[in-house]
Ligand binder design. Structure first.
Ligand SMILES: [Fe+2]
Length: 521
């Protein structure tokens, strides 16, 4: 999503909002610098992770990088073998699976092990070994069996973790929770320059990781910087992650292969996508293709309780109508957010779904936001508001499928919005509520600055669909889902200036089965 500055510029240019807060720059923060350790001493400097669980398996990830801020991560140009084990106990005595995986320089010596044959709805522990070095022990969890009726699902969703804006206390809290998985909705990294002192972190950033990345090597350094964060590593080691991206994994507000001032991003995007795959616990189905694409949209089934559709709102979207950030001419029927193929895939999932809750892991706000009152025509093109015809197709799909209890969980805005999703977004006063949307705030982006409260606050009066708004707090969202009720807790932290700031529940909301729209507890 846009930075606050971008949005203010956009709004100021359109004259939509007067008296906006002064623009602020995005700051930085430091990482564990490359140390003088010898090769092979610790090849697991970027941590371990698991992801994309199914009822019988999970992906195990690591990347061998004894020197993550040197070329090839300090591993040279040869492929090597990494051993992995899965046990039922944390002491790693009761082994149920093991194997060897190839770590090749073409994928930055990352490994993506697709473990199968595990039991459903069960906790497992895993560990890697390379030569004499063993990794930490990670914990992961499989999903419930397809036809089972789970009593409860608990998961967290997060987004927007600009390294330079602060630390990640949210991940300390997440690592202490009992969760089925963590859903990351994008802006896992940011693409801009990072200063030598890591912005608000005020600790040294290795020189190779400072420049705004363009090449594959630079994107690897960028992921190495973020992955060096101990709190992020702890959360990955504790829970399986299900990831999708938003814009800053490539460029601000990009669409397809274009962004403002960058009409051809294809090469940068291909490098960024490859580095993304290399550093996330994704399946082979997501290996970057020779054409530079990467299949990221996919589904997860939590028994009959919940079905999660993870969306990719960037790779296939058409460039917004008109010029960037202005103009109401958005009704081109060819305009698409998801691309036709992903739209068909999503429609098929909704039509076939028997789940009680249909969750859409969504990059940008769908419920709509009127920026300038009933007479205005300001459209924020980067959200679903910029793609009204595509949104209409999505809503028709929800309607015709009669998919039970659609809930959008969304990132991007560095603010919290709890909204009713009306059938006609532009007419919230006289169209039914068809879904619920929770837009989660950022883990760190915007830091401790209170920039979005004064920014969006004045607009809320024009937006009756917004049941709750907070523009000032950092944190994440925890959801507890049962057959009869969905509970959302906003987990907020008072500061991101230190990694150990406390996190607590700020507000709670409920959605009842069969009744779209959240109600504050
Ligand atoms: Fe963001």
């Amino acid at each position: 999503m846009a930075t606050p500055t971008d949005r203010r510029t956009f709004l100021a240019a359109t004259g939509a909002v007067a008296g906006l807060a002064a623009a602020t720059s995005v700051g930085v923060s430091p990482a564990a610098a490359s140390s003088g350790r010898r090769r092979d001493d610790d090849p697991f400097t970027l941590g371990i992770a698991s992801g994309d669980p199914t009822a019988d398996g999970v992906v195990l990830w690591t990347r061998l990088a004894p020197e993550p801020f040197e070329p090839d991560g300090g591993m040279g140009r040869h492929a090597v073998r990494v051993e992995w084990r899965v046990c039922t106990d944390e002491a790693m005595r009761c082994e149920v699976a093991r194997g060897r995986a190839l770590a090749a320089p073409e994928l930055a010596h990352s490994v993506h092990v697709e473990v199968a044959g595990l039991e459903p709805d069960r906790e497992y522990h895993y560990q890697f070994r390379y030569r004499r070095a063993v990794s930490a022990v990670g914990r992961t969890r499989t999903l419930p069996a397809a036809r089972s009726c789970p009593a409860e699902l608990r998961f967290a969703f997060v987004s927007c973790q600009d390294f330079a804006s602060g630390y990640y206390p949210s991940y300390v809290d997440i690592a202490a929770q009992d969760l089925g998985f963590v859903l990351h909705l994008g802006d896992y990294v940011y693409e801009g320059d990072v200063d030598a002192r890591g912005g608000f972190r005020d600790a040294p950033v290795p020189e190779p990781a400072r420049a705004a990345p363009r090449t594959l090597e630079q994107w690897r350094y960028r992921y190495s910087l973020y992955k060096s964060d101990p709190q992020l590593q702890a959360a990955h080691a504790r829970h399986p992650f299900v990831v999708t991206w938003d814009d800053h994994e490539v460029a601000n507000d990009y669409a397809g292969t274009a962004a403002e001032g960058q009409p051809d991003l294809a090469a940068v995007r291909a490098a960024a996508y490859q580095a993304y795959f290399e550093h996330q616990p994704l399946r082979r189905a997501s290996i970057p293709r020779p054409d530079g694409g990467l299949r990221l949209y996919r589904g997860l089934e939590f028994g009959t309780l919940a079905s999660l559709s993870v969306l990719d709102g960037r790779q296939y979207r058409t460039v917004p109508a008109g010029t960037w950030g202005e103009g109401p001419e958005v009704r081109d029927p060819a305009a698409t957010m998801l691309g036709r193929e992903q739209e068909r895939w999503l429609d098929g999932r909704l039509q076939a779904s028997h789940a009680r809750w249909n969750v859409l892991g969504n990059n940008v706000m769908v419920a709509g936001l009127d920026h300038d009152g009933p007479t205005g025509d300001v459209v924020w093109h980067d959200s679903w508001d910029g793609y009204p015809v595509a949104r209409e197709r999505l809503f028709r799909s929800l309607e015709s499928s009669r998919a039970s209890n659609p809930v959008f969980v969304t990132g991007d805005w560095h603010s919290t919005f709890v909204s009713d999703v009306h059938r006609r977004v532009e007419r919230p006063g006289d169209s039914p509520v068809i879904a619920t949307e929770f837009v989660g705030t950022s883990v760190s982006s915007n830091g401790d600055r209170e920039v979005y409260g004064p920014y969006y606050g004045p607009m809320i009066a024009y937006n009756p669909q917004v049941r709750f708004f907070d523009g000032d707090r950092r944190g994440y969202v925890r959801c507890t889902v049962t057959p009869g009720q969905w509970r959302t807790e906003l987990r907020m932290t008072p500061t991101v200036s230190t990694p150990d700031a406390p996190t607590s529940t700020f507000r709670e909301f409920l959605v009842e089965d069969g009744r779209p729209g959240a109600v504050e507890v």
